[in-house]
Design a protein around this ligand. Structure first.
Ligand code: ADP
Ligand code: MG
Length: 237
């Protein structure tokens, strides 16, 4: 496999807390990868290291053959590495459209009209009708979609969605799932970090389970779901 993203021996500590690693993960172009693990197992820390919010203490991150380990987050985003945040924090006092234009200002990807591109993204997440509404008027589902839209204006090669379905109803989960499937069919590699087991298992081609910062299982969804160590973490002895 010619990896799109390689995470090699990445480790991160916070003071005395060893939050992550060492972990090695190779992600192929077009893949749908699920990342699971209990609270505090290091999922968000891993994403923060990949996207440049944190600098890993050790290890290397290679994206499209380029060592990005020490690049700032905005440069990684310009290269096509995008993430959505676990807790949506839209800019209050701004409309839905304006919430997309702010990150685009940092991207400076091409000369295409930014408003046109933002409108396309709003269409693709079914938020076009909310374009001129204040972000604080959105429902939970719409906030989740806006959070994804903010990641998508970068026209990413890889989207890392950190718990994009938390707190949603079954029908709303299906809505986000089909959105992520559509993106993947359009060629975007998707990493789904998720606690909602049936969602992550149905979406992913491969699943990785973290516990206390280490990979304890990796494989097809059915293999990982049936793995004894994973079952112990989720269901006890
Ligand atoms: P997950 O996303 O799997 O719930 P996290 O990556 O958020 O796990 O957390 C992994 C560990 O790192 C936890 O022990 C958490 O308390 C710690 N941690 C995460 N971020 C920070 C931070 N910014 N400062 C200190 N400790 C942190
Ligand atoms: Mg997390």
């Amino acid at each position: 496999m010619n990896a799109l993203l390689s995470i090699r021996a990445v480790e991160k500590s916070f003071g005395g807390v060893h939050a992550l690693g060492p972990v090695d993960i190779e992600i192929g172009p077009g893949e749908r990868l699920g990342l699971i693990g209990p609270n505090g197992s290091g999922k968000t820390t891993l994403i923060n290291c990949i996207t440049g919010l944190f600098r890993p203490d050790h290890g290397v991150i290679i994206f499209k053959g380029i060592d990005i380990t020490n690049e700032p987050a905005y440069r990684r985003a310009r290269r096509g590495l995008s993430r959505s945040f676990q807790i949506p924090c839209p800019f209050a006092g701004m409309t839905v459209l304006e919430n997309l234009l702010v990150p685009m200002d940092y991207l400076k990807k091409d000369s295409r009209d930014e408003i046109e591109r933002a409108d396309e993204v709003l269409q693709s997440v079914s938020l076009a009708s909310r374009r001129n509404d204040p972000a604080e008027a959105l429902s939970q589902l719409e906030l989740r979609k806006l959070e994804l839209a903010r990641a998508l204006v970068a026209e990413p090669d890889i989207l890392i969605a950190d718990e994009a379905m938390a707190g949603l109803s079954e029908a709303e989960i299906d809505d986000i799932l089909s959105l992520l499937f559509r993106l993947n069919q359009a060629g975007v590699t998707v990493v789904m970090i998720e606690h909602i087991m049936h969602a992550v298992m149905s979406f992913s081609e491969r699943v990785i389970c973290l516990q206390t910062g280490m990979i304890i299982a990796e494989g097809a969804p059915s293999e990982v779901a049936g793995n004894a160590a994973v079952q112990k973490v989720y269901f006890g002895e």
